[in-house]
Design a protein around this ligand. Structure first.
Ligand code: BTN
Length: 243
């Protein structure tokens, strides 16, 4: 379906720009790409370092009919869409860290920020999806965890941001329309196949809960195998247990 595309040299956040442009998009999907962001946003209130000319900063505005309940699992579906796209373009060893961090091996390549815009009217929900992928990132000092870029991980290929953006827009449209019709269930195997935490010792709930990574349930919760059985973790950070 139609896309209303805005491409900018610089913006505060492509997610914020999609919200501003949404009224102009009519029935098309508002999409924004920028060369750099001055106030890039990450999950859980973190900043997303967004230097110029190096990476992909992409946001899309999605509309769902059916209310907030439908949105359980959307984050995970988006992770699958991004992972599928990267593999189609030649990346290997693509992993997902719950809910939707994108990894290559043990290093973070990108992330997804899902922001609920609220209910337009009864049963119609607007969601802004922001995708950040390190493409040519070279500035190691900017990031506070082990990270990689497509160019660093796969130096034999040339990575064009426009090609990547076009493929991601298509994949997000395709996956979210299947999701709107069928729910999260159809995506569970594809997500679990890439789970970087599976079988690892983990902690959750600020360290209160310890267990072994056991994949996700049908609602998209992460499961920890504990002494008391499988425990679903609904929110908060899951991290590797340091032993
Ligand atoms: C994370 O914390 O892992 C999510 C990072 C999401 C970053 C992207 S870059 C494009 C879009 N605009 C933003 O301000 N954030 C998202």
């Amino acid at each position: 379906s139609a896309v209303h595309l805005t491409v900018l040299d610089e913006v505060d956040s492509t997610n914020a720009e999609v919200l501003r442009r949404w009224p102009d998009a009519g029935s098309a999907m508002p999409v924004c790409l920028a060369d750099c962001q001055t106030a890039g946003r990450g999950r859980r209130g973190h900043a997303w370092q967004s230097p110029k000319g190096e990476n992909l900063y992409l946001s899309l505005g999605l509309t769902f009919h059916g209310g907030f309940a439908l949105l359980d699992g959307l984050s995970l579906v988006l992770g699958v869409a991004v992972a599928d796209t990267l593999e189609q373009l030649g990346a290997t060893n693509v992993g997902l860290k719950w809910p939707n961090d994108i990894f290559i091996g043990e290093r973070k390549l990108g992330g997804i920020l899902v922001e609920l815009q609220g209910e337009l009217q009864e049963g119609i929900v607007q969601v802004i999806v922001g995708i950040g992928v390190n493409v040519h990132m070279t500035r190691a000092e900017l990031v506070d965890q082990p990270w990689t870029s497509l160019a660093a991980a796969f130096p034999d290929r040339s990575w064009g941001r426009n090609q990547l953006a076009a493929a991601l827009i298509q994949a997000v449209q395709a996956c979210t329309s299947v999701f709107a019709r069928q729910g999260f269930h159809a995506f569970r195997p594809a997500w679990q196949a890439r789970d970087i935490h599976f079988g690892k010792s983990l902690r959750a709930r600020q360290g209160q809960l310890e267990g072994v990574g056991a994949g996700i349930d049908d609602a998209g919760n992460y499961l920890l195998r504990t002494d008391d059985g499988l425990v679903p973790v609904r929110s908060g950070e899951i991290s590797l247990r340091v032993v």
